[in-house]
Design a protein around this ligand. Sequence first.
Ligand code: HEC
Length: 211
Amino acid sequence: MLPLLNGRSGASIVRQRAQGLYELDFDMAFFEANKIVAGLLTAGVVALGSSFVAELIFEGHEPEEHAYQIATVGETDEPTQMESAEPEAAPEITLASLLANADPAAGEKVAKKCKACHTFERGGANRIGPNLYGMLGRKIASHDGFKYSDALQAKSGEAWNYEGLDGFLASPKAWAPGTKMSFAGVKKPEDRAALLAYLRLQSANPPPLPE
Ligand code: HEC
C-alpha cells in the first residue's frame, strides 16, 4: 500500500506533476511560437521600411537605361531556342499553308510518276487508272467507263477535296484499303501539295483552296 499524502496517492501526484510539466512545455512552445511570429513581422516591417527608404532616396533618379546591359553574342529579337520549343510557338504546318506556297511546276514533275497509269488532260483516255482531268471536286470513283475497286466505290458518296486527295496520295492502300491503285504513295507533304496544285490546274472549276 502506498503512503497517503493529503489524502492523495503517490501515483496521482506523479500524474499531476507530469501534467504540470506538459502544460509548462506547452506554454513554452506557445511563447516560442510568439517570438517567431514577432520576429517575422519585424523582418517584414524592416523590409518594407527599407524599400520605402530606398524609393525615397532614388526617387526622380530612375536611370533612362540600365547602368549595365548583359549583351550576349548574336543577341537578336528572335525568340530564343527555349521559347521556340514551347508548343504554341512552333508554327503548325497545315495542308492549307503548304498549298498556299505550292508550286504547280514542281507538281508536274511529281506527276510523272502517275503518268504510267493516268492521263491528266481533258478528255484523256483511261489507262490502268482513270483519266484525272477535273478530279478535284468530282465525286470519288465517278469517271465514265472506268471499273473501280469496291474500296473506292464505297467512298463514291463524297467528292475529292484537298484533304482527301492528300490522304489518298500519301498512302493509297492506307486511305482506301483494297484499292487497285498499286502505288506506294508520295511521302513528302511538300511534294503532295505541289502535286495538288498541279491537279488543281487540270480542272475547269477547281474548289477553292482550304483556308
Ligand atoms: C500503277 C498504276 C498507278 C499509278 C502509278 C498511279 N495510279 Fe492512281 N489509280 C490507279 C488505279 C488502278 C486507280 C483506281 C483505283 C481503284 O479503283 O481502287 C487509280 C485511282 C486514282 C484516283 C481516284 C480517281 C477517281 O476517279 O476517284 C486518283 C485521284 C489517282 N489515282 C491519282 C493518282 C496520282 C496523282 C498518281 C501519281 C502520284 C497516281 N494516281 C499514280 C493506278 C495508278
